[in-house]
Design a binder for this molecule. Structure first.
Ligand code: ADP
Length: 485
């Protein structure tokens, strides 16, 4: 049984129009480390989703009219409640998602930081006064909330991926309907409970839990009442939802897959590079969209770097995320395990060598050994698909241009990383990489104060930072004429 300080944070009904909405249909949420059923969650369908959208639309006029300072005060309170309940939120997340408590505590603080940040940014949504082109008139630009927002989020960051959308939407004056991933709805529901305690008016935040993602997704993307759609998930599903949004010409933000290169040049600090690669690759068992997917190492430092990485990987501890010292939990589902196995099989069949790990962990279930594979080449499937598992793939390259060419040879463009000391090389490579985020001598790039988002098929829009609220605003231009000035 999941032990919490505040048992009332463990909710299993959906949250619509400020109330907990039960349903006779339920679906189980399981702990991926043990298979234990944590809750039977309300399984909503299209008609309840329409109700949630209507509740958000009803809440819009009053929420929009609140001053930014009033909206900010509620968000600030919500941030404080999330931090006050950090341990419970972390425990709920470890139970439903599997990652270790140290990581879920970090994610709760990271998610809350977006709510704090956008509470502050709410007050800085400035318009413009444009120098007029004619006497007797004035040109004024207003920024207005776009309207009802719908969001669909993934299971890998059950708190932060919601906070990154909900906080700027609510700060801008937009009510929102969120459909969390079916694997991890409990974190979303606990956040909603704290949002209600913070004073969010009814209908401003709605959580639609469901096992029918396509059915609920269709309502959220095709409803006339929804003006903006924000999605984090796979590129394949993102493309489908973008098409569905076309029927009503919604504004769309997409944060999709990545295939991050992590380049180690021969002048890099190899210990720093190995530490950075560990963070970028093995955090969340390799299940992040900014995980190093292809580690490119210059020929003359390849063996030294591979040895340093393998040494660190050997120290990782696999187990239940609630146990002390565990750094690697289970993968989210058996499908994820099978995908990793398929990619490894293809790579080794084409000449890649397993340096460490490479198979299911002795603990069974969806636990997988942290793995290092060397002599990987760009033509292998593992180099082209997002691995989403604890497998570090090492490629060899000789010249800088070759590394840049391999790094950019993908339809994705979310995060890239490289380690080098020469300042000319640093700027040349940074400018050549076709990625929305570039970590230079850094393995962790996410923060609420900087813009997160991708180029190419990795997405549209940015989350966090002063840019993150723009996605939830419309620009309105007023031509004010007839002035007797
Ligand atoms: P992942 O492989 O990380 O689970 P998905 O893109 O499948 O990525 O899932 C991300 C989110 O998209 C989840 O909330 C999931 O329920 C939802 N989703 C998946 N397929 C659809 C769909 N056809 N329509 C709407 N939402 C979907």
């Amino acid at each position: 049984m999941l032990k919490l300080k505040d048992e009332t944070l463990l909710k299993s009904d959906a949250f619509v129009n400020g109330e907990w909405l039960a349903s006779s249909k339920r679906f189980p949420v399981k702990n991926p480390a043990t298979g234990e059923v944590l809750a039977q969650v309300a399984d909503l369908g299209a008609s309840e989703t329409e109700r949630a959208v209507a509740a958000a639309a009803d809440a819009f006029p009053a929420w929009k009219k609140k001053t930014a300072k009033e909206r900010a005060a509620i968000l600030r309170k919500w941030f404080e409640l999330m931090m006050a309940n950090q341990e419970d939120l972390a425990r709920i997340m470890t139970a439903e998602q599997g990652k270790p408590l140290a990581e879920t505590r970090g994610e709760v603080a990271y998610g809350a930081s977006f709510i704090e940040w956008f509470a502050e940014e709410a007050k800085r949504v400035y318009g413009d006064v444009i120098p007029t082109n004619q006497a007797g008139r004035r040109l004024i630009v207003l920024k207005e909330p776009v309207g009802v927002v719908a969001a669909i989020t993934p299971w890998n960051f059950p708190n932060a991926m919601i906070a990154r959308k909900v906080a700027p939407a609510i700060a801008a004056g937009c009510p929102i309907v969120v459909k969390p991933a079916e694997e991890t709805p409990l974190s979303a529901l606990a956040m909603a409970e704290l949002g209600a305690r913070a004073g969010l008016p009814k209908g401003v935040l709605n959580i639609v839990t469901t096992s029918d993602a396509p059915g609920v997704g269709k309502v959220l993307t095709e409803s006339q009442l929804v003006r903006k759609f924000s999605f984090t998930g796979s590129t394949e599903v993102g493309k489908l939802l973008m098409q569905q949004c076309a029927t009503t010409v919604k504004k769309v933000s997409l944060e999709l897959g990545g295939n991050a290169p992590f380049i180690v040049f021969d002048d890099a600090d190899l210990d720093a590079a190995a530490d950075g690669a560990m963070l970028s690759k093995f955090r969340n068992m390799g299940q992040t969209c900014v995980c190093a997917n292809r580690i490119l190492v210059q020929d003359d430092v390849f063996d030294a770097f591979a040895a340093k990485l393998s040494e660190r990987v050997a120290k990782l501890k696999v187990g239940n995320g609630f146990d002390d010292g565990v750094t690697q939990g289970p993968l989210i589902t058996m499908d994820a395990v099978e995908k990793v196995e398929r990619l490894l099989k293809d790579a080794t069949a084409h000449g890649a060598k397993i340096a460490t790990g490479g198979k299911r962990h002795a603990l069974g279930g969806t636990f997988f050994e942290p793995t290092v594979v060397t002599e990987v080449t760009p033509s292998m499937t593992i180099a082209q698909e997002e691995i989403f598992g604890p497998v570090a793939t090492l490629f060899r390259f000789k010249a800088d241009d070759e590394a840049i060419r391999i790094a950019n040879d993908t339809r994705f463009g979310l995060a890239a990383y490289f380690y080098a000391r020469d300042v000319g090389r640093v700027m040349r490579v940074a400018e050549a990489l076709e990625y929305g985020i570039v970590g230079i001598n850094e393995g962790i790039i996410s923060t609420e104060v900087a813009p997160f988002g991708g180029m190419k098929e990795s997405g549209i829009g940015r989350e966090g930072s002063k840019y993150g609220i723009e996605d939830y605003l419309e620009i309105k231009y007023l031509a004010l004429g007839g002035l007797q000035i």
